[in-house]
Design a protein around this ligand. Structure first.
Ligand code: 6GU
Length: 233
């Protein structure tokens, strides 16, 4: 999979060189390009923003640098497998289901906005050329899309074949579709007693059926308590 990230803070994406995503890059499962949006400016101050038409607080990202950036990054012959992701708090909520969808595409380009957002025409024009998704991490406000690009990249790359040491762990974790979209049950390891706290007896029973039932029950209770929205039909 090819992943490009465009940002005015390319250093923000350094963590992608670490850990699991870093290994996926080293193993050529992922081909990563990080680009400074200012490369596509032509004025002395490398201006990427301007005041909003209609007034209001803050600055808006100018369309021209983004337009030239996509002209260069997009291959007009072969854009069918490309999705441009615009991280924004007004986007559709990112989810495990969307992570699975994105894991199936050839190429993702993250267009990280800052300030009050990107001129709407950039998204409209991009939509006429490739698939576009506006995605949000949740209901809170960050200063820009970089943290979302990091989070979404990690969620997607770990789904790619050959990236996880133990693919079975994909099946067991919170929000895995095979868990029925429930939260993961609590887990324990040695020692059996720690600071006066025992591990639940059931886990020593050796009875796989009863252990599975206990875990399902724990998942259901935890989900009802913390995320009742996940239980709605
Ligand atoms: Cl994707 N971007 C920004 N700026 N803030 C956010 C977000 C994204 N998701 C939640 N808050």
């Amino acid at each position: 999979m090819r992943i490009d990230v465009v940002s005015i803070f390319p250093e923000y994406l350094q963590p992608l060189q670490l850990s699991l995503v870093g290994k996926a890059i080293a193993n050529q499962v992922v081909d990563l390009g990080v680009h400074d949006l200012r490369r596509w400016t032509h004025d002395r101050h490398h201006t990427v923003d301007d005041t909003p038409y209609g007034g209001g607080a803050g600055m808006v990202m100018k369309p021209e640098p983004w337009g030239e950036c996509f002209d260069e990054l997009l291959d007009p012959e072969d854009a069918t497998g490309t999705v441009i992701v615009f991280p924004t708090p007004s986007g559709e909520r990112f989810s495990q289901a969307i992570a699975h969808e994105l894991a199936g595409v050839e190429r993702i380009i993250f267009a990280c906005g800052r300030y009050e957002g990107i001129d709407r025409r950039v998204l409209d024009e991009a939509s006429s050329r490739v698939r576009v998704r506006e995605l949000s991490l949740g209901d809170y406000v960050l200063n820009g899309g970089e943290v979302a690009a990091l989070a979404i990249t990690e969620a997607v790359v770990r789904l790619l074949p050959g990236v996880l040491g133990n693919p079975a762990s994909l099946q067991e974790e919170s929000h895995a579709l095979s868990q029925g979209g429930l939260l993961e049950y609590p887990v324990y390891t040695k020692p059996a007693q720690w600071r006066g706290r025992p591990v639940p007896d059931i886990l020593f029973s050796g009875h796989h059926g009863r252990i599975a039932a206990w875990r399902r029950q724990q998942s259901a209770e935890l989900t009802a308590e913390r995320r009742p929205d996940l239980l709605q039909p």
